[in-house]
Design a protein around this ligand. Structure first.
Ligand code: F6R
Length: 609
Protein backbone atom coordinates (compact mmCIF):
# COMPACT_ATOMS: atom_id res chain seq x y z
CA UNK A 1 0.00 0.00 0.00
CA UNK A 2 1.13 3.68 -0.24
CA UNK A 3 4.67 4.37 0.88
CA UNK A 4 6.64 7.54 1.64
CA UNK A 5 10.33 8.33 1.63
CA UNK A 6 11.69 11.87 2.11
CA UNK A 7 15.18 13.22 2.73
CA UNK A 8 17.15 16.33 3.64
CA UNK A 9 20.87 15.92 3.16
CA UNK A 10 24.25 17.49 2.42
CA UNK A 11 24.39 15.31 -0.70
CA UNK A 12 22.22 14.67 -3.73
CA UNK A 13 19.37 12.43 -2.59
CA UNK A 14 17.71 11.41 -5.88
CA UNK A 15 19.23 7.92 -5.70
CA UNK A 16 18.26 7.48 -2.01
CA UNK A 17 14.66 8.34 -2.86
CA UNK A 18 14.52 6.00 -5.85
CA UNK A 19 16.10 3.11 -3.94
CA UNK A 20 13.69 3.84 -1.08
CA UNK A 21 10.76 3.57 -3.51
CA UNK A 22 12.13 0.28 -4.88
CA UNK A 23 12.21 -1.06 -1.36
CA UNK A 24 8.61 0.03 -0.85
CA UNK A 25 7.49 -1.71 -4.05
CA UNK A 26 6.73 -4.93 -2.18
CA UNK A 27 3.84 -3.17 -0.40
CA UNK A 28 1.97 -2.89 -3.70
CA UNK A 29 1.29 0.32 -5.67
CA UNK A 30 -0.10 1.52 -8.96
CA UNK A 31 1.77 4.81 -9.48
CA UNK A 32 4.78 6.59 -8.06
CA UNK A 33 6.46 9.97 -8.06
CA UNK A 34 9.23 12.14 -6.71
CA UNK A 35 9.76 15.85 -6.03
CA UNK A 36 13.21 17.39 -5.60
CA UNK A 37 14.18 20.94 -4.74
CA UNK A 38 16.42 21.84 -7.66
CA UNK A 39 17.87 25.29 -8.29
CA UNK A 40 15.22 26.83 -6.05
CA UNK A 41 12.24 25.08 -7.70
CA UNK A 42 10.23 22.03 -6.76
CA UNK A 43 10.67 19.70 -9.75
CA UNK A 44 8.57 16.61 -10.15
CA UNK A 45 8.43 13.29 -12.05
CA UNK A 46 5.45 10.89 -11.83
CA UNK A 47 4.38 7.71 -13.58
CA UNK A 48 1.69 5.04 -13.53
CA UNK A 49 4.39 2.52 -14.35
CA UNK A 50 6.99 0.93 -12.11
CA UNK A 51 9.71 2.69 -10.14
CA UNK A 52 12.15 1.52 -12.86
CA UNK A 53 10.28 3.84 -15.28
CA UNK A 54 10.38 6.70 -12.76
CA UNK A 55 14.13 6.18 -12.54
CA UNK A 56 14.40 6.65 -16.33
CA UNK A 57 12.29 9.82 -16.19
CA UNK A 58 14.37 11.24 -13.32
CA UNK A 59 17.51 10.62 -15.42
CA UNK A 60 15.98 12.13 -18.54
CA UNK A 61 14.85 15.26 -16.69
CA UNK A 62 18.22 15.34 -14.90
CA UNK A 63 16.48 15.74 -11.57
CA UNK A 64 18.59 16.06 -8.46
CA UNK A 65 18.69 17.95 -5.19
CA UNK A 66 19.31 17.78 -1.46
CA UNK A 67 15.74 18.02 -0.30
CA UNK A 68 12.90 15.89 -1.61
CA UNK A 69 10.00 13.50 -1.11
CA UNK A 70 8.83 10.45 -3.02
CA UNK A 71 5.78 8.20 -2.92
CA UNK A 72 4.26 4.94 -4.11
CA UNK A 73 0.46 5.23 -4.42
CA UNK A 74 -2.19 2.52 -4.11
CA UNK A 75 -5.36 4.16 -5.37
CA UNK A 76 -8.22 4.79 -2.96
CA UNK A 77 -9.69 8.17 -4.01
CA UNK A 78 -9.31 8.62 -7.76
CA UNK A 79 -8.08 6.23 -10.44
CA UNK A 80 -4.43 5.22 -10.81
CA UNK A 81 -3.55 7.96 -13.34
CA UNK A 82 -0.58 10.32 -13.40
CA UNK A 83 -2.61 13.33 -12.25
CA UNK A 84 -3.52 11.47 -9.05
CA UNK A 85 0.02 10.27 -8.34
CA UNK A 86 1.87 11.95 -5.48
CA UNK A 87 3.66 14.18 -4.61
CA UNK A 88 1.03 16.91 -4.95
CA UNK A 89 1.98 20.57 -5.33
CA UNK A 90 0.51 23.90 -4.23
CA UNK A 91 -0.54 26.50 -5.20
CA UNK A 92 0.12 25.30 -8.80
CA UNK A 93 2.46 22.95 -10.60
CA UNK A 94 4.65 25.65 -12.17
CA UNK A 95 4.83 27.99 -9.20
CA UNK A 96 4.83 25.29 -6.49
CA UNK A 97 5.84 26.45 -3.03
CA UNK A 98 4.63 23.36 -1.12
CA UNK A 99 4.74 19.69 -2.01
CA UNK A 100 3.35 16.78 -0.03
CA UNK A 101 3.20 12.97 -0.04
CA UNK A 102 0.41 11.32 1.94
CA UNK A 103 -0.53 7.82 3.13
CA UNK A 104 -4.02 7.23 4.52
CA UNK A 105 -7.46 8.68 3.92
CA UNK A 106 -8.69 12.20 4.69
CA UNK A 107 -12.35 11.78 5.57
CA UNK A 108 -13.33 15.48 5.50
CA UNK A 109 -11.71 16.12 2.11
CA UNK A 110 -14.95 17.29 0.45
CA UNK A 111 -15.54 19.95 3.06
CA UNK A 112 -11.91 21.16 3.00
CA UNK A 113 -11.89 21.15 -0.82
CA UNK A 114 -14.83 23.55 -1.00
CA UNK A 115 -13.23 25.88 1.56
CA UNK A 116 -9.92 25.86 -0.35
CA UNK A 117 -11.65 26.34 -3.72
CA UNK A 118 -13.31 29.46 -2.31
CA UNK A 119 -9.82 30.69 -1.43
CA UNK A 120 -8.87 30.32 -5.11
CA UNK A 121 -7.01 26.99 -5.10
CA UNK A 122 -7.40 24.98 -8.30
CA UNK A 123 -7.44 21.18 -7.88
CA UNK A 124 -5.54 19.08 -10.39
CA UNK A 125 -6.39 15.62 -9.05
CA UNK A 126 -9.32 13.63 -7.71
CA UNK A 127 -7.40 12.64 -4.58
CA UNK A 128 -8.20 13.42 -0.98
CA UNK A 129 -4.47 14.04 -0.53
CA UNK A 130 -4.19 17.15 -2.72
CA UNK A 131 -6.18 19.15 -0.19
CA UNK A 132 -3.28 18.76 2.27
CA UNK A 133 -0.91 20.54 -0.12
CA UNK A 134 -3.30 23.49 -0.55
CA UNK A 135 -4.21 23.55 3.13
CA UNK A 136 -0.54 23.79 4.17
CA UNK A 137 0.07 26.45 1.50
CA UNK A 138 -2.92 28.47 2.71
CA UNK A 139 -1.52 28.43 6.26
CA UNK A 140 2.13 29.06 5.32
CA UNK A 141 3.59 32.20 6.80
CA UNK A 142 7.35 31.62 6.64
CA UNK A 143 7.54 28.53 8.89
CA UNK A 144 6.68 25.14 7.38
CA UNK A 145 6.49 23.33 10.73
CA UNK A 146 3.95 25.87 12.01
CA UNK A 147 1.88 25.54 8.83
CA UNK A 148 1.84 21.72 9.03
CA UNK A 149 1.02 21.80 12.77
CA UNK A 150 -2.00 24.02 12.08
CA UNK A 151 -3.05 22.00 9.01
CA UNK A 152 -3.20 18.66 10.82
CA UNK A 153 -5.66 20.03 13.36
CA UNK A 154 -8.14 20.41 10.48
CA UNK A 155 -7.69 16.91 9.06
CA UNK A 156 -10.03 14.04 9.95
CA UNK A 157 -9.11 10.45 9.11
CA UNK A 158 -5.75 8.79 9.00
CA UNK A 159 -2.51 10.12 7.65
CA UNK A 160 1.23 10.04 7.50
CA UNK A 161 2.55 13.01 5.53
CA UNK A 162 5.89 14.35 4.40
CA UNK A 163 6.03 17.99 3.34
CA UNK A 164 8.67 20.22 1.76
CA UNK A 165 8.67 23.94 0.98
CA UNK A 166 10.60 25.72 -1.76
CA UNK A 167 11.53 28.49 0.66
CA UNK A 168 13.04 26.18 3.33
CA UNK A 169 15.72 24.08 1.63
CA UNK A 170 17.01 22.45 4.83
CA UNK A 171 13.72 21.27 6.29
CA UNK A 172 11.50 18.25 5.84
CA UNK A 173 8.32 18.14 7.91
CA UNK A 174 6.30 15.04 8.79
CA UNK A 175 3.08 14.40 10.70
CA UNK A 176 1.31 11.24 11.69
CA UNK A 177 -2.11 10.07 12.78
CA UNK A 178 -3.06 6.40 12.44
CA UNK A 179 -0.40 5.57 9.81
CA UNK A 180 3.25 4.74 10.48
CA UNK A 181 5.93 7.40 9.99
CA UNK A 182 9.55 7.01 11.01
CA UNK A 183 12.52 9.39 11.16
CA UNK A 184 15.81 7.91 9.94
CA UNK A 185 19.05 9.37 11.27
CA UNK A 186 21.93 9.25 8.77
CA UNK A 187 25.50 10.56 8.72
CA UNK A 188 24.92 13.09 5.93
CA UNK A 189 21.28 13.84 6.45
CA UNK A 190 17.97 12.75 7.86
CA UNK A 191 14.97 10.95 6.44
CA UNK A 192 11.26 10.35 6.86
CA UNK A 193 9.68 7.08 5.71
CA UNK A 194 6.60 4.99 6.24
CA UNK A 195 8.65 1.79 6.55
CA UNK A 196 12.15 1.11 7.90
CA UNK A 197 12.80 -0.96 4.77
CA UNK A 198 12.81 2.29 2.73
CA UNK A 199 15.67 3.86 4.71
CA UNK A 200 19.09 4.00 3.01
CA UNK A 201 21.71 1.52 4.22
CA UNK A 202 23.56 4.31 6.08
CA UNK A 203 20.63 4.88 8.43
CA UNK A 204 21.46 3.03 11.62
CA UNK A 205 19.00 4.70 13.99
CA UNK A 206 15.32 5.45 13.71
CA UNK A 207 12.63 7.25 15.69
CA UNK A 208 9.03 5.99 15.58
CA UNK A 209 6.64 8.93 15.63
CA UNK A 210 3.43 8.66 17.62
CA UNK A 211 -0.08 9.72 16.67
CA UNK A 212 -0.40 13.50 16.83
CA UNK A 213 3.35 14.10 16.39
CA UNK A 214 4.71 16.71 14.01
CA UNK A 215 8.39 16.23 13.14
CA UNK A 216 10.69 19.00 12.01
CA UNK A 217 13.50 17.08 10.30
CA UNK A 218 16.59 19.13 9.54
CA UNK A 219 20.13 18.40 8.39
CA UNK A 220 21.61 17.77 11.82
CA UNK A 221 18.65 17.41 14.13
CA UNK A 222 15.04 16.47 14.38
CA UNK A 223 12.49 18.10 16.67
CA UNK A 224 9.23 16.40 17.54
CA UNK A 225 6.13 18.16 18.86
CA UNK A 226 3.23 16.14 20.27
CA UNK A 227 -0.48 16.79 19.67
CA UNK A 228 -0.70 19.08 22.73
CA UNK A 229 2.07 21.30 21.37
CA UNK A 230 4.83 20.10 23.74
CA UNK A 231 8.34 19.39 22.46
CA UNK A 232 8.91 15.67 23.10
CA UNK A 233 11.87 13.30 22.85
CA UNK A 234 10.88 10.04 21.21
CA UNK A 235 13.13 7.00 21.69
CA UNK A 236 15.98 6.59 19.22
CA UNK A 237 16.24 2.90 18.30
CA UNK A 238 18.83 0.90 16.37
CA UNK A 239 17.81 -0.47 12.96
CA UNK A 240 18.02 -4.20 12.28
CA UNK A 241 19.93 -4.87 9.06
CA UNK A 242 17.36 -6.21 6.59
CA UNK A 243 18.80 -5.38 3.21
CA UNK A 244 19.63 -9.08 2.52
CA UNK A 245 15.92 -9.77 2.38
CA UNK A 246 15.46 -7.57 -0.67
CA UNK A 247 18.05 -9.51 -2.68
CA UNK A 248 16.35 -12.07 -4.94
CA UNK A 249 19.38 -14.33 -5.35
CA UNK A 250 18.88 -17.32 -7.69
CA UNK A 251 15.07 -17.17 -7.47
CA UNK A 252 12.68 -15.84 -10.10
CA UNK A 253 10.24 -14.39 -7.59
CA UNK A 254 10.34 -13.26 -3.98
CA UNK A 255 7.43 -15.59 -3.31
CA UNK A 256 9.49 -18.55 -4.51
CA UNK A 257 12.45 -17.40 -2.41
CA UNK A 258 10.20 -17.02 0.62
CA UNK A 259 8.59 -20.46 0.18
CA UNK A 260 12.05 -22.05 0.18
CA UNK A 261 13.15 -19.94 3.15
CA UNK A 262 10.47 -21.49 5.36
CA UNK A 263 12.64 -24.13 7.08
CA UNK A 264 15.08 -21.33 8.01
CA UNK A 265 12.23 -19.01 9.09
CA UNK A 266 10.75 -21.68 11.36
CA UNK A 267 14.10 -22.54 12.87
CA UNK A 268 14.84 -18.81 13.51
CA UNK A 269 11.40 -18.45 15.10
CA UNK A 270 12.18 -21.34 17.44
CA UNK A 271 15.70 -20.15 18.20
CA UNK A 272 16.43 -19.76 21.91
CA UNK A 273 13.21 -21.53 22.94
CA UNK A 274 14.36 -24.23 25.36
CA UNK A 275 11.00 -24.92 26.92
CA UNK A 276 7.41 -23.74 27.13
CA UNK A 277 6.92 -20.70 29.36
CA UNK A 278 4.53 -17.72 29.28
CA UNK A 279 7.58 -15.44 29.12
CA UNK A 280 7.80 -16.38 25.42
CA UNK A 281 4.97 -13.86 25.01
CA UNK A 282 6.35 -11.09 27.22
CA UNK A 283 7.44 -10.42 30.79
CA UNK A 284 3.93 -10.04 32.18
CA UNK A 285 2.25 -12.73 30.09
CA UNK A 286 1.86 -15.19 32.95
CA UNK A 287 -0.21 -12.73 34.99
CA UNK A 288 -2.55 -12.10 32.04
CA UNK A 289 -2.74 -15.71 30.83
CA UNK A 290 -3.37 -17.41 34.17
CA UNK A 291 -6.83 -15.84 34.47
CA UNK A 292 -7.86 -16.46 30.86
CA UNK A 293 -11.14 -18.31 30.35
CA UNK A 294 -11.48 -17.89 26.57
CA UNK A 295 -9.49 -16.70 23.59
CA UNK A 296 -10.56 -14.33 20.82
CA UNK A 297 -8.33 -14.25 17.74
CA UNK A 298 -8.66 -11.38 15.23
CA UNK A 299 -6.91 -11.28 11.87
CA UNK A 300 -7.40 -10.74 8.13
CA UNK A 301 -6.77 -12.80 4.99
CA UNK A 302 -4.11 -15.48 5.32
CA UNK A 303 -3.46 -14.54 8.94
CA UNK A 304 -7.14 -15.30 9.59
CA UNK A 305 -6.55 -18.82 8.26
CA UNK A 306 -3.62 -19.20 10.67
CA UNK A 307 -5.99 -18.09 13.44
CA UNK A 308 -8.59 -20.69 12.38
CA UNK A 309 -5.94 -23.41 12.60
CA UNK A 310 -5.03 -22.19 16.09
CA UNK A 311 -8.65 -22.64 17.19
CA UNK A 312 -8.32 -26.42 16.65
CA UNK A 313 -5.00 -26.52 18.50
CA UNK A 314 -5.97 -24.36 21.49
CA UNK A 315 -9.32 -26.10 21.96
CA UNK A 316 -7.82 -29.60 21.79
CA UNK A 317 -4.50 -29.02 23.58
CA UNK A 318 -5.33 -26.25 26.07
CA UNK A 319 -9.05 -27.04 26.40
CA UNK A 320 -10.04 -23.38 26.12
CA UNK A 321 -12.90 -22.04 23.98
CA UNK A 322 -11.65 -19.97 21.04
CA UNK A 323 -13.51 -17.47 18.85
CA UNK A 324 -11.89 -16.46 15.58
CA UNK A 325 -13.13 -13.24 14.01
CA UNK A 326 -12.34 -11.47 10.75
CA UNK A 327 -10.91 -8.20 12.09
CA UNK A 328 -12.93 -5.97 9.74
CA UNK A 329 -16.14 -7.57 11.03
CA UNK A 330 -15.23 -7.73 14.70
CA UNK A 331 -14.38 -4.04 14.90
CA UNK A 332 -17.98 -3.04 14.09
CA UNK A 333 -20.06 -5.67 15.84
CA UNK A 334 -21.51 -6.06 19.28
CA UNK A 335 -19.56 -8.42 21.45
CA UNK A 336 -20.17 -9.80 24.91
CA UNK A 337 -16.97 -8.48 26.44
CA UNK A 338 -15.20 -10.44 29.14
CA UNK A 339 -12.04 -9.21 30.82
CA UNK A 340 -10.88 -12.83 31.14
CA UNK A 341 -10.66 -13.16 27.37
CA UNK A 342 -7.19 -13.22 25.86
CA UNK A 343 -7.34 -11.20 22.63
CA UNK A 344 -4.80 -12.44 20.09
CA UNK A 345 -4.13 -10.30 17.02
CA UNK A 346 -2.30 -12.14 14.23
CA UNK A 347 -0.66 -10.02 11.55
CA UNK A 348 2.43 -10.30 9.39
CA UNK A 349 2.86 -6.55 9.01
CA UNK A 350 1.37 -5.31 12.26
CA UNK A 351 0.03 -2.35 10.29
CA UNK A 352 -3.23 -3.79 8.90
CA UNK A 353 -5.82 -1.09 9.59
CA UNK A 354 -8.63 -3.54 10.38
CA UNK A 355 -6.50 -5.51 12.84
CA UNK A 356 -5.53 -2.30 14.62
CA UNK A 357 -9.20 -1.24 14.56
CA UNK A 358 -10.17 -4.61 16.07
CA UNK A 359 -7.77 -4.31 19.00
CA UNK A 360 -8.87 -0.73 19.64
CA UNK A 361 -12.44 -2.02 19.74
CA UNK A 362 -11.51 -4.91 22.05
CA UNK A 363 -9.77 -2.53 24.45
CA UNK A 364 -12.62 -0.03 24.33
CA UNK A 365 -15.07 -2.70 25.54
CA UNK A 366 -12.81 -3.75 28.38
CA UNK A 367 -10.76 -6.61 26.91
CA UNK A 368 -7.32 -5.36 27.84
CA UNK A 369 -5.13 -8.48 27.53
CA UNK A 370 -3.94 -8.16 23.94
CA UNK A 371 -1.28 -10.45 22.52
CA UNK A 372 0.25 -9.58 19.13
CA UNK A 373 1.66 -12.35 16.95
CA UNK A 374 3.55 -10.37 14.39
CA UNK A 375 6.53 -10.46 12.04
CA UNK A 376 7.56 -6.83 12.55
CA UNK A 377 8.89 -6.05 16.02
CA UNK A 378 8.58 -2.30 15.54
CA UNK A 379 5.05 -2.31 14.14
CA UNK A 380 2.12 -0.34 15.49
CA UNK A 381 0.40 -3.58 16.54
CA UNK A 382 3.31 -4.73 18.68
CA UNK A 383 3.64 -1.30 20.23
CA UNK A 384 -0.07 -1.19 21.09
CA UNK A 385 -0.39 -4.76 22.42
CA UNK A 386 0.39 -5.64 26.03
CA UNK A 387 2.11 -8.92 25.04
CA UNK A 388 3.83 -10.04 21.87
CA UNK A 389 5.50 -12.89 20.07
CA UNK A 390 7.68 -11.88 17.13
CA UNK A 391 7.92 -14.46 14.36
CA UNK A 392 11.35 -14.38 12.79
CA UNK A 393 10.34 -14.97 9.19
CA UNK A 394 12.39 -11.94 8.10
CA UNK A 395 11.02 -9.26 5.80
CA UNK A 396 8.42 -10.74 3.43
CA UNK A 397 8.33 -9.05 0.04
CA UNK A 398 5.95 -11.19 -2.06
CA UNK A 399 2.43 -9.87 -1.57
CA UNK A 400 1.11 -13.41 -0.95
CA UNK A 401 2.12 -14.43 2.53
CA UNK A 402 4.10 -17.69 2.80
CA UNK A 403 6.88 -17.83 5.39
CA UNK A 404 4.99 -15.35 7.58
CA UNK A 405 1.99 -17.73 7.55
CA UNK A 406 3.92 -20.85 8.57
CA UNK A 407 5.80 -19.00 11.30
CA UNK A 408 2.50 -17.61 12.59
CA UNK A 409 1.36 -21.23 12.89
CA UNK A 410 4.49 -22.08 14.87
CA UNK A 411 3.84 -19.14 17.23
CA UNK A 412 0.19 -20.13 17.65
CA UNK A 413 1.15 -23.73 18.41
CA UNK A 414 3.54 -22.46 21.10
CA UNK A 415 0.64 -20.41 22.46
CA UNK A 416 -1.57 -23.54 22.62
CA UNK A 417 1.16 -25.37 24.56
CA UNK A 418 1.68 -22.41 26.90
CA UNK A 419 -2.02 -22.07 27.72
CA UNK A 420 -2.21 -25.84 28.25
CA UNK A 421 0.72 -25.66 30.66
CA UNK A 422 -0.73 -22.73 32.62
CA UNK A 423 -4.06 -24.58 32.92
CA UNK A 424 -2.32 -27.80 33.96
CA UNK A 425 -3.87 -29.83 31.15
CA UNK A 426 -0.66 -31.08 29.59
CA UNK A 427 2.03 -33.25 31.18
CA UNK A 428 5.78 -32.80 30.75
CA UNK A 429 6.09 -35.79 28.49
CA UNK A 430 3.46 -34.58 26.00
CA UNK A 431 4.94 -31.07 26.09
CA UNK A 432 8.40 -32.50 25.38
CA UNK A 433 7.04 -34.57 22.47
CA UNK A 434 5.44 -31.49 20.88
CA UNK A 435 8.65 -29.50 21.31
CA UNK A 436 10.67 -32.26 19.66
CA UNK A 437 8.26 -32.28 16.70
CA UNK A 438 8.60 -28.50 16.41
CA UNK A 439 12.39 -28.79 16.36
CA UNK A 440 12.24 -31.38 13.57
CA UNK A 441 9.81 -29.31 11.55
CA UNK A 442 12.47 -27.56 9.37
CA UNK A 443 13.77 -30.99 8.20
CA UNK A 444 10.25 -32.19 7.49
CA UNK A 445 9.55 -28.96 5.55
CA UNK A 446 12.66 -29.50 3.43
CA UNK A 447 11.34 -32.92 2.45
CA UNK A 448 8.00 -31.43 1.37
CA UNK A 449 9.83 -28.77 -0.69
CA UNK A 450 11.47 -31.64 -2.62
CA UNK A 451 8.03 -32.42 -4.06
CA UNK A 452 8.20 -29.27 -6.22
CA UNK A 453 8.85 -31.06 -9.57
CA UNK A 454 5.69 -33.17 -9.16
CA UNK A 455 3.68 -30.05 -8.33
CA UNK A 456 5.06 -28.33 -11.46
CA UNK A 457 3.64 -31.27 -13.48
CA UNK A 458 0.21 -30.79 -11.92
CA UNK A 459 0.31 -27.07 -12.53
CA UNK A 460 0.73 -27.69 -16.29
CA UNK A 461 -2.68 -29.33 -16.22
CA UNK A 462 -4.35 -27.05 -13.68
CA UNK A 463 -3.16 -23.61 -14.81
CA UNK A 464 -5.62 -23.50 -17.70
CA UNK A 465 -8.65 -23.98 -15.42
CA UNK A 466 -10.77 -21.04 -14.29
CA UNK A 467 -12.34 -22.68 -11.21
CA UNK A 468 -11.13 -25.01 -8.47
CA UNK A 469 -12.34 -26.45 -5.20
CA UNK A 470 -10.03 -27.05 -2.23
CA UNK A 471 -11.17 -29.56 0.40
CA UNK A 472 -9.90 -30.28 3.89
CA UNK A 473 -11.28 -31.53 7.19
CA UNK A 474 -10.61 -30.66 10.82
CA UNK A 475 -7.39 -28.76 11.43
CA UNK A 476 -6.65 -29.03 7.68
CA UNK A 477 -9.84 -27.20 6.67
CA UNK A 478 -8.14 -23.78 7.17
CA UNK A 479 -5.25 -25.06 5.01
CA UNK A 480 -7.74 -25.74 2.19
CA UNK A 481 -8.98 -22.14 2.65
CA UNK A 482 -5.40 -20.89 2.50
CA UNK A 483 -4.75 -22.96 -0.66
CA UNK A 484 -7.79 -21.40 -2.35
CA UNK A 485 -6.77 -17.89 -1.26
CA UNK A 486 -3.26 -18.32 -2.67
CA UNK A 487 -4.69 -19.59 -5.98
CA UNK A 488 -7.06 -16.59 -6.27
CA UNK A 489 -4.46 -14.08 -5.17
CA UNK A 490 -1.60 -14.85 -7.51
CA UNK A 491 -2.94 -17.13 -10.29
CA UNK A 492 -6.27 -15.25 -10.61
CA UNK A 493 -8.10 -18.60 -10.70
CA UNK A 494 -11.46 -18.64 -8.96
CA UNK A 495 -10.97 -21.07 -6.07
CA UNK A 496 -13.14 -21.96 -3.08
CA UNK A 497 -11.98 -23.67 0.09
CA UNK A 498 -14.51 -25.99 1.75
CA UNK A 499 -14.75 -28.21 4.77
CA UNK A 500 -15.08 -31.49 2.87
CA UNK A 501 -18.17 -32.51 4.86
CA UNK A 502 -19.96 -29.44 3.46
CA UNK A 503 -19.59 -30.63 -0.12
CA UNK A 504 -22.96 -32.30 -0.30
CA UNK A 505 -24.65 -29.22 1.18
CA UNK A 506 -24.16 -27.22 -2.00
CA UNK A 507 -20.80 -27.13 -3.78
CA UNK A 508 -21.16 -30.71 -5.07
CA UNK A 509 -23.50 -29.19 -7.68
CA UNK A 510 -20.44 -27.52 -9.21
CA UNK A 511 -18.40 -30.71 -9.54
CA UNK A 512 -17.84 -31.90 -13.10
CA UNK A 513 -14.91 -32.79 -15.35
CA UNK A 514 -14.21 -29.06 -15.64
CA UNK A 515 -13.86 -28.46 -11.92
CA UNK A 516 -10.64 -29.85 -10.45
CA UNK A 517 -10.85 -30.66 -6.76
CA UNK A 518 -7.70 -30.36 -4.66
CA UNK A 519 -7.86 -32.41 -1.45
CA UNK A 520 -5.65 -32.11 1.63
CA UNK A 521 -5.54 -35.71 2.88
CA UNK A 522 -3.43 -36.24 6.00
CA UNK A 523 -3.36 -39.66 7.57
CA UNK A 524 -5.37 -38.61 10.63
CA UNK A 525 -8.56 -39.72 12.37
CA UNK A 526 -10.73 -37.93 9.78
CA UNK A 527 -9.16 -39.70 6.80
CA UNK A 528 -11.99 -42.20 6.29
CA UNK A 529 -14.54 -39.36 6.36
CA UNK A 530 -12.48 -37.45 3.80
CA UNK A 531 -12.25 -40.53 1.59
CA UNK A 532 -16.06 -40.68 1.51
CA UNK A 533 -16.12 -37.04 0.41
CA UNK A 534 -13.60 -37.83 -2.32
CA UNK A 535 -15.80 -40.66 -3.54
CA UNK A 536 -18.66 -38.16 -3.80
CA UNK A 537 -16.45 -36.17 -6.19
CA UNK A 538 -15.31 -39.19 -8.26
CA UNK A 539 -18.91 -40.41 -8.60
CA UNK A 540 -19.73 -37.06 -10.33
CA UNK A 541 -16.80 -37.42 -12.78
CA UNK A 542 -14.86 -34.82 -10.78
CA UNK A 543 -11.06 -34.88 -11.18
CA UNK A 544 -9.23 -35.19 -7.85
CA UNK A 545 -5.72 -33.95 -7.05
CA UNK A 546 -4.82 -35.28 -3.63
CA UNK A 547 -1.96 -34.35 -1.32
CA UNK A 548 -1.89 -37.51 0.80
CA UNK A 549 0.33 -38.61 3.68
CA UNK A 550 2.36 -41.78 3.25
CA UNK A 551 0.36 -44.80 4.40
CA UNK A 552 -3.08 -43.31 4.02
CA UNK A 553 -4.02 -45.68 1.22
CA UNK A 554 -5.15 -43.06 -1.30
CA UNK A 555 -3.70 -44.29 -4.59
CA UNK A 556 -3.58 -43.03 -8.15
CA UNK A 557 -6.51 -44.26 -10.22
CA UNK A 558 -8.71 -43.06 -13.02
CA UNK A 559 -9.55 -39.44 -12.27
CA UNK A 560 -7.46 -39.40 -9.08
CA UNK A 561 -3.90 -38.02 -9.01
CA UNK A 562 -1.90 -38.30 -5.82
CA UNK A 563 1.24 -36.60 -4.52
CA UNK A 564 2.49 -38.33 -1.44
CA UNK A 565 3.97 -36.46 1.53
CA UNK A 566 5.90 -38.43 4.17
CA UNK A 567 4.46 -39.84 7.40
CA UNK A 568 1.68 -37.94 9.13
CA UNK A 569 3.23 -35.22 11.28
CA UNK A 570 0.63 -35.22 14.06
CA UNK A 571 -0.87 -31.90 15.19
CA UNK A 572 1.77 -29.97 13.21
CA UNK A 573 0.73 -31.59 9.93
CA UNK A 574 -1.14 -28.41 8.73
CA UNK A 575 2.21 -26.60 8.55
CA UNK A 576 3.60 -29.23 6.18
CA UNK A 577 0.42 -29.41 4.09
CA UNK A 578 0.56 -25.63 3.56
CA UNK A 579 3.71 -25.89 1.44
CA UNK A 580 2.18 -27.84 -1.51
CA UNK A 581 -0.68 -25.30 -1.57
CA UNK A 582 1.85 -22.46 -1.91
CA UNK A 583 3.86 -24.25 -4.60
CA UNK A 584 0.75 -25.15 -6.59
CA UNK A 585 -0.44 -21.52 -6.64
CA UNK A 586 3.08 -20.30 -7.50
CA UNK A 587 3.44 -22.64 -10.49
CA UNK A 588 -0.09 -22.06 -11.77
CA UNK A 589 0.55 -18.31 -11.56
CA UNK A 590 3.86 -18.68 -13.34
CA UNK A 591 2.26 -20.78 -16.09
CA UNK A 592 -0.40 -18.09 -16.53
CA UNK A 593 2.24 -15.35 -16.63
CA UNK A 594 0.85 -13.24 -13.79
CA UNK A 595 2.90 -10.81 -11.74
CA UNK A 596 3.55 -13.31 -8.92
CA UNK A 597 5.06 -10.90 -6.40
CA UNK A 598 2.76 -7.97 -7.11
CA UNK A 599 -0.63 -9.40 -8.01
CA UNK A 600 -3.07 -6.94 -9.54
CA UNK A 601 -5.14 -4.76 -7.20
CA UNK A 602 -3.44 -6.07 -4.05
CA UNK A 603 -1.06 -4.50 -1.57
CA UNK A 604 1.31 -6.06 0.92
CA UNK A 605 0.43 -3.91 3.84
CA UNK A 606 -3.26 -2.99 3.97
CA UNK A 607 -3.09 0.21 5.94
CA UNK A 608 -6.55 1.50 4.99
CA UNK A 609 -9.96 0.06 5.79
C1 F6R B 1 -2.56 -13.65 1.88
C2 F6R B 1 -2.15 -12.33 2.28
C3 F6R B 1 -3.15 -11.41 2.88
C4 F6R B 1 -2.71 -11.02 4.29
C5 F6R B 1 -3.71 -10.02 4.92
C6 F6R B 1 -3.35 -9.68 6.34
O1 F6R B 1 -1.54 -14.28 1.17
O2 F6R B 1 -1.00 -11.97 2.18
O3 F6R B 1 -4.42 -11.99 2.88
O4 F6R B 1 -2.63 -12.19 5.06
O5 F6R B 1 -3.74 -8.86 4.13
O6 F6R B 1 -2.12 -9.04 6.41
P1 F6R B 1 -1.32 -8.97 7.78
O7 F6R B 1 -0.97 -10.38 8.15
O8 F6R B 1 -0.11 -8.13 7.48
O9 F6R B 1 -2.23 -8.36 8.80
Amino acid sequence: MCGIIGAVSHNDIAEDLLVGLERLEYRGYDSCGVVLLQRGNLSRARTVKRVAQLRLEVAELQLGGRLGIAHTRWATHGAPVTANAHPHMSPGDDDARISIAHNGIIENHDQLRSILKKKGYVFKSETDSEIIAHLVDSLYDGDLTDAVSQAVTELRGSFAIAVVCREEPHRLVGAKHGMPLIIGIGADGNYLASDVAAMPVGVRQVVYLEDGDVADVQLREHLVTSADGRRVGRDVRPVDGNSAAVVLGPHRYYMEKEIFEQPRAVSDTLQGIDGITPELFGDHAWRAMKQVSSVLVVACGGSYHAALTAKYWIESIARLPVHVEVASEFRYRDWCADDNTLVVAVSQSGETADVLGAIHRAKSIGMTHVLAICNVATSTLVREASMSFITRAGIEIGVASTKAFTTQLVALFLLALTLAQIRGVIDDEAEGRHLTSLRHLPDAMNKVLELEPKIVEWSKHLASRENMLFLGRGVHFPIALEGALKMKEIAYIHAEGYAAGELKHGPLALVSKEMPVIAVAPNDFLLEKLKSNMHEVSARSGRLFVFADHGCGVVRSDGVDVIQLHENYGPLSPILHTIPMQLLALHCAQARGTDVDKPRNLAKSVTVE
